[in-house]
Design a protein around this ligand. Structure first.
Ligand SMILES: [Zn+2]
Length: 188
């Protein structure tokens, strides 16, 4: 079982972060499944622990794409809490945004990224909602669920778009815009 640490993260000047990720072969291999589990564990730990196993300081994260660990595969995880503070984990494979709102929003406090150290946070224009197709993976059972035109919006929608951009080699610093001030319609 792999364990990811801060030193495994690719940083913004690494050209691999600019490469498009490849489609993940389905059905999901055990190896890819374990990578997703470890990615989620890494994000979870970054929110709850000060230091990783190497003694390096965590920067708290919400989302993580495989390419940030040098794995050029179309998969990412989002780990956050819902309104009741229950853990919410989303593991996404081969997503494709099919539809998007005309309306733009951006997070009040801006976005940051584990792979970007030069900019702490910045406002990024995002779609108020998107509809995506792809596969959701249950990280406990390994079950996969095919999604078609699944809607995601608000805070989660912004995180989703941030991670989705990573799969195309795009960093949030490519599209920052300080003029967008409107807050997301809902927070998670
Ligand atoms: Zn990022």
């Amino acid at each position: 079982m792999k364990v990811f640490n801060m030193k495994d993260l690719l940083l913004e000047d690494n050209p691999i972060l600019r490469e498009p990720s490849e489609l993940v072969e389905m059905p999901l291999s055990q190896d890819d499944f374990e990578t997703l589990q470890e990615m989620a564990a890494f994000v979870m730990e970054s929110q709850t622990k000060e230091l990783d196993a190497n003694g390096d300081k965590y920067r708290p994260a919400i989302g993580l794409s495989a390419v940030q660990l040098g794995i050029l595969k179309q998969m990412f995880v989002i780990v956050t809490t819902d309104d009741d503070l229950d853990l919410f984990v989303m593991a996404v494979v081969n997503p494709r945004i099919e539809k998007e709102s005309q309306n733009l929003i951006s997070l009040t406090d801006g976005e940051g990224c584990l792979s970007v150290q030069s900019v702490d946070s910045a406002k990024v224009p995002r779609r108020e909602w998107v509809r995506w197709s792809g596969t959701l993976v249950d990280l406990e059972t390994g079950e996969t669920a095919r999604k078609t035109l699944s809607k995601i919006d608000g805070y989660l929608g912004v995180v989703f778009q941030h991670e989705y951009d990573h799969l195309a080699g795009v960093l949030f610093t490519d599209i920052t815009n300080p003029k967008i001030e409107k807050e997301p319609a809902e927070n998670v």
